[in-house]
Design a protein around this ligand. Sequence first.
Ligand SMILES: Cc1cc2nc3c(=O)[nH]c(=O)nc-3n(C[C@H](O)[C@H](O)[C@H](O)COP(=O)(O)OP(=O)(O)OC[C@H]3O[C@@H](n4cnc5c(N)ncnc54)[C@H](O)[C@@H]3O)c2cc1C
Length: 429
Amino acid sequence: MLAAHYNTVVIGAGPAGLMAAIEAYNPKHSIILLEKMRKPALKLRISGKGRCNITNEEGLQSFLNRFGKKGRFLKYSFSQFFNHDLLNYLHKMDVPTKLERGGRYFPQSDRATDIVDAFVNKLDQLRIPLITEAHVTALSKAENGQFVIQVRHSGKPIEVTADQVCITSGGLSYPATGSTGEGYLMAQAFGHTITDTAPSLVPVLTAGDTAQRIQGVSLRNVTVSVWSENKKVTELFGEMMFTRKGVTGPIILTLSETLVSMLDASREVQIKIDLKPALDHKKLDQRLLREISEHSKQSFKNMLKSLLPRKMIDLFIDILGVDPHKHLHQITGEERKQLRLLLKAFPMQVIGHDSYDHAIVTSGGVSLKEINPTTMESKLTPNLYFAGEVMDVNGETGGYNLTSSWSTAWLAGREMRNKQWGELGHGKE
Ligand SMILES: Cc1cc2nc3c(=O)[nH]c(=O)nc-3n(C[C@H](O)[C@H](O)[C@H](O)COP(=O)(O)OP(=O)(O)OC[C@H]3O[C@@H](n4cnc5c(N)ncnc54)[C@H](O)[C@@H]3O)c2cc1C
């Protein structure tokens, strides 16, 4: 049952909302967390393929760099609550964690749901109501300065008022989890600017049937470069994979923000995969020559087995147009050169990207210029706070996005608590 008035209302029970509600807690302060779906944190439950990559081991500066220019906005919140604070926080809630390759932390159980359960238990302990199927349909301010929140709860319209509101309703990606961008409309109602939004950390689509032919192949330790009009735009080293319609995996997802913005600007976009980044052209040629002289009676197809994942061999043979049964001593200089060029720059034309349905995060959101980075309070409307992905903050894959959601929510929660506590006649904690 919803009361008519609360000190603090938090809208959206994703990772940011769960944290903000808990951190806003003080014993004299009424708080409520409203979630429109039947369960809280649906996206968190599926994060990291259900394992949840919580955070990353990286130091502060390189961590901030993962957010590009938007990293500056996060500097203060990370100075207050960063990766190891988050890990300690989870340990205190009985969620032990483990460190994996790439500095990535996961729950020891490999279950993202353990994290959701821990936050929900904490809310229970603090007796903070988490109301599910409570869909906030509008947010406004009454003449007395209180917020007025229209809620559709289990199908019925209800009006709630509040002294403080925190919008943690997420962005637009994976809308089936409840993140459908409604927080943008609430923010706009208070004059906030919403910067252009686009799917980010999203698989990209490539021309022809190349990807389909090698779908499922995963490449480690490759360099992918992005090209437009014969100019290299950027490149990244790491892991990627082929899908039925294109490419995905950590480096592609990270490059996707650049790729999407180039596509949106109608630029011609190509990626080139360097399958042998550890060898420059000269060294790779020497390696091919060695193979050819040491195994001169072997077939061309056999040699490719030592150079490529099995599923890519036929594709290479088709592209190069070399007889797969040809003995290595019969391979011409030109054929060897074409093989080398293909290994160093396997080209794929990028023709599009997946939709929000498959984007890990949204780029764009509530303009950071209008939010105080030291409090997460709106610069336009006192007592209105934001945290998490609803803001124009998005980072690379590797645990960076959840950390920013939790860190900004921690800060917003603390600020809301301190403000209420101060208004109750207590000093700042
Ligand atoms: C498949 C996938 C895997 C991911 N894996 C990782 C990972 O391993 N590591 C990582 O760092 N990041 C990962 N991310 C990104 C990360 O999950 C998000 O950045 C994070 O969930 C954002 O948190 P949030 O609380 O701001 O928003 P959300 O998680 O989007 O939560 C917003 C909540 O608000 C609710 N809501 C929306 N509108 C209303 C309304 N009008 N009324 C009431 N409630 C409302 C929604 O139902 C939702 O529960 C992944 C994302 C996806 C999609």
